[in-house]
Design a protein. Sequence first.
Length: 461
Amino acid sequence: MRKVFRIILWGLLAAFLVFLILGFSFYKRFVVLAPEHNFSTPIDQKEAQIQDLEYLSKFIDLDRSFDTDEKRNAFQLQIQKSKKLLPVSSAEFEMEVSKAFAIADNGHTNVPSGSRARRHNSIPIRFHWFKEGLFTILAQEEYEYLLGKRIEKIGGKKPMDILRLLDDYHGGLASDLKSQSPLIFMSPEIMHAIGFGSSPDSILLEFEVKGKVDSTWVQASESGKDIPGYWPGYWLNPFQKIEGSSWKSLSNDSLLAIPLRNVRENIHHEWIGNLVYVQINENSNTDEKPLKSYLKKLGQEISAKNCKKAVLDLRFNTGGNNYHLPWPFIRFLKEKSDEGIQVYVITGKTTFSAGIITAAYAKYVLEDNAFFLGEPPGDRLRFWADGGAAFTLPNSKITSYIWTAYNDWENGCRDFSKCFWIAVFDSFPAGNLELNIETPLSINDFLRGEDSSLNFILSHR
C-alpha cells in the first residue's frame, strides 16, 4: 500500500513539475515586457521626442508582427525620417509614431485610436459611416442643426479621399481604419498634423442641405469632450453617457433597432416571432452574464421552441479574453441547422480579434449551412496577437502593445515556433469570411429604428 502511495505521490509531483515547466515556458514565450528606460529629464520638446523615438526603436526587438527584414528596416528608416523633422507638435509627433507602427500591417499593431483621441482636441460633433456616406450623429447644442447632415468634405477633402490617405497611419485592413476614422475626423489637431485643414483649433465642414452644399467652421472644445466616449459603435446608442449633458443625438432612445439597444452588453438575445436573435459583443464573461452558461441555457430555450431562424450577430464584437466561449453554442447551431433551422451570421467593420475567430469558427463548423451578411470584418484571418504587454513612450505617453503569437484561422496554425501554442492544437482552416451579401446599415433604416441586416433576414427565405 505504501509503495502504491509513493508511486502516486511521485506521479503527482512529476505532473506538477511538467505543468510548472510548461507554464513558465508559455509565459516566457508569449509575455514580453517593455524594457525600463533611464533617460534624463528632457530640456525641451525636441529632446523629449528624440528620447521617445530612441525608445521606440526597441519595439521591433520585442514585437513579432514585424516579421520580415523589409518591415524591420522600414520601421527604423521611418524613425530616422521622423528625427529629421523634430521638433514637431504633439499631434504631428503622434502621427509620425502611428506611421511607424502601421508598417507592421497588422491590425493589432497600431496606436489605439481611442487613446490617441483622448490626447488631442476635438470638435463637439461625432460622425458615423452609413451605407450612404458619413453623417453627423452626435453634436453639442451649438451644432445641433448639423445632426443628420451628410458630410461632403472635411478640411476641403472628401471623407473617402481622406480615408485612402490615412492608410499610411494604420496597419491592417481598410475596414478597420474606416470604423476608427471618426476618431480622427473629430480632431482638428490630428487632421492638421496630417495635412487636412488650415488650423489645429478648428475645421471646415461641408455638408448637404436639401441637395445643396453648405459649410461651417467648427471650433475645437474641451467642454464635455469625454462624455460620448471613444468607441464609435457606442455613439449609435449614446443615451447612457449623454443624459443630462449638452450633447444631442440624431437617434431616439425609444426608437433604436434591436442590435443597438444592448450594444454595451457582452451578450443579449431576444425572439422575433420564431426567429432567435443572438448578439455576442465580447468574448468575455461578466458577473451578470457568464457567456458559456448563458449560451447553454439559450440552447435549451431554442430546443423547447419552434425556432425557424437563428441569427448570430458579431458585428460589434471587438474581441475578448477567451475565443473558445461561444464554440459549444456554434456546434449546437450546426445540429439545429441539420434539422432545418436557417442560421445567419452578421459581421461588421468592428468584428475583430476573438470576434473574428468566432465568425471563422461559425464558417468552419456550419459550412454552407450558414448565411453570412453585414460588412466585411475589421481584420484578416491571419494576424499577430496575444501577449499584449503595454509599450509606452516615456515622454509623450503614446502606447501600443507587444504582440507575440501568430494566428492563422484561414489555414490552421501548426508552427510551434510562430503560432500561439493553444491554437496549434485547436485552430482550423476556415478558408475565408466572404459574405453572401453585403448589408451595411442605411441611414434611413437607422432613423426608422430598423436594422438593414435584420430587415434582410426577416424577408429572406
